[in-house]
Write a protein that binds this ligand. Structure first.
Ligand SMILES: *Cc1c(COP(=O)(O)O)cnc(C)c1O
Length: 376
């Protein structure tokens, strides 16, 4: 297969291999044993990736990642539950929005655009408000790229006997998740991020003992992960039409994930991409939003140059012509843009990207001598 039209340096969908795309050339019967085996294979491999085979179950759900987040909240939160949402960006805000729709009570610790939640502040709130049963956190908050301290938060929630739901959409598969060290009740991700599959479904790893108690919580039939789980255990099939081609592509993507060395192999490549990207961009005079300790190997936010000659839309179009699709910023305070490190991208592509950016800055006549400082 030929080189892609352009590389997606975005938070997903991302650039996939030719072999993952080729896995979609077959049609599958959704009730057939062959397809059921593929579903079984990915469910058990996902649990294995999180070292959660004995404690959790994997429930996939048709739709994008948000569908899986909403379904997990709808299924796990009963009428007597209250959620504490640790919010520092768009995806934390989305969890609150989902709770508004579900009519489930919640409270938040909102640390703004780019600051991590403080585990001690979380401890205080949980000690003072005994009605909070569950905490939700975003693993990598893709809107800034910050890597949130999920291990420290899990320690607090576990020590205070609360449940933890992790939106690990843009982290699982590249950042280590070990249920024996990172105690979680549900962890949500999707096919088209760090596992490098195509879009079509999400999944939730849910503590088995908890899910067993969740019958009747969900407000919606198609979002009921308890029902989806029971049906899948009984029949080996998805309730309702599964995204067969996306599932077959994902099985291939998981094989390639293993060949790369699993989570640690993938993390090594993404980290290499990030380090090369950040060093090259800083050489040109760009500044990162976050200081080094918070930079994720998933996506990096760069501040736009001060020079009014820099206009994001123009910059975007010029880069697209040169074979790279980047992502707009999502900050409320500062002009910024984002570049992803995930997907089928490696050293040669980052090199080409940096050359292309240099070229575009020259074409746009941008003066890089006066850029904002990294926020400390
Ligand atoms: C991508 C992403 C989602 C889900 O987004 P969809 O567009 O619904 O697939 C949720 N949370 C985070 C942190 C993400 O990066």
């Amino acid at each position: 297969m030929s080189q892609p039209k352009y590389f997606l340096l975005t938070p997903g969908p991302i650039t996939t291999t030719a072999s993952v795309k080729e896995a979609m050339l077959e049609d599958w019967g959704s009730w057939d044993d062959d397809f059921n085996q593929v579903t079984q294979e990915i469910r058990s491999k996902l649990l294995k990736t999180a070292n959660a085979e004995s404690s959790h179950v994997c429930v996939p759900l048709q739709g994008s990642g948000t569908f899986a987040v909403e379904a997990t909240l709808a299924t796990l939160l009963g009428p007597d539950d209250k959620l504490l949402i640790l919010m520092n960006g768009a995806y934390g805000q989305r969890i609150a929005k989902i709770c508004d729709y579900l009519g489930r009570p919640y409270t938040t610790i909102d640390t703004g655009d780019y600051l991590p939640p403080n585990p001690e502040a979380v401890r205080k709130i949980l000690e003072n408000d005994l009605s909070i049963t569950t905490v939700a956190i975003v693993h990598c908050e893709t809107s800034s790229g910050i890597l949130n301290p999920v291990e420290a938060i899990a320690e607090v929630t576990q020590s205070l006997g609360r449940r933890l739901i992790i939106d690990s959409m843009s982290a699982f598969g590249a950042l280590s998740v070990d249920a024996s060290k990172l105690p979680f009740d549900a962890l949500i991700s999707s096919a088209n991020k760090c596992f490098e599959g195509v879009p079509g479904f999400g999944f939730s790893l849910i503590r088995k003992g908890l899910l067993k108690q969740c019958k009747g919580n969900a407000h919606s039939l198609s979002m009921d992960l308890y029902d989806q789980w029971i049906y899948m255990e009984k029949t080996g099939q998805w309730r309702y039409t599964p995204p067969t081609h996306a599932v077959a592509a994902f099985a291939q993507a998981m094989r390639e994930h293993e060949i790369e060395g699993g989570t640690s192999g993938r993390l090594a490549r993404y980290t290499r991409n990030r380090d090369q990207l950040v060093a090259g961009m800083r050489d040109m005079g760009f500044r990162t939003l976050l200081e080094d300790q918070w930079l994720s190997p998933i996506i990096v936010t760069f501040m736009s140059p001060e020079d009014p000659a820099f206009e994001f839309k123009h910059f975007y179009q010029e880069l697209k012509h040169r074979g790279f699709v980047i992502y707009p910023g999502k900050l409320t305070q500062t002009e910024s843009f984002r570049i992803g490190c995930i997907g089928q991208i490696d050293t040669p592509q980052i090199n080409q990207l940096l050359t292309a950016i240099k070229d575009v800055l020259a074409v746009m006549n941008v003066d890089m001598s006066n850029t904002e400082e990294t926020i400390q």
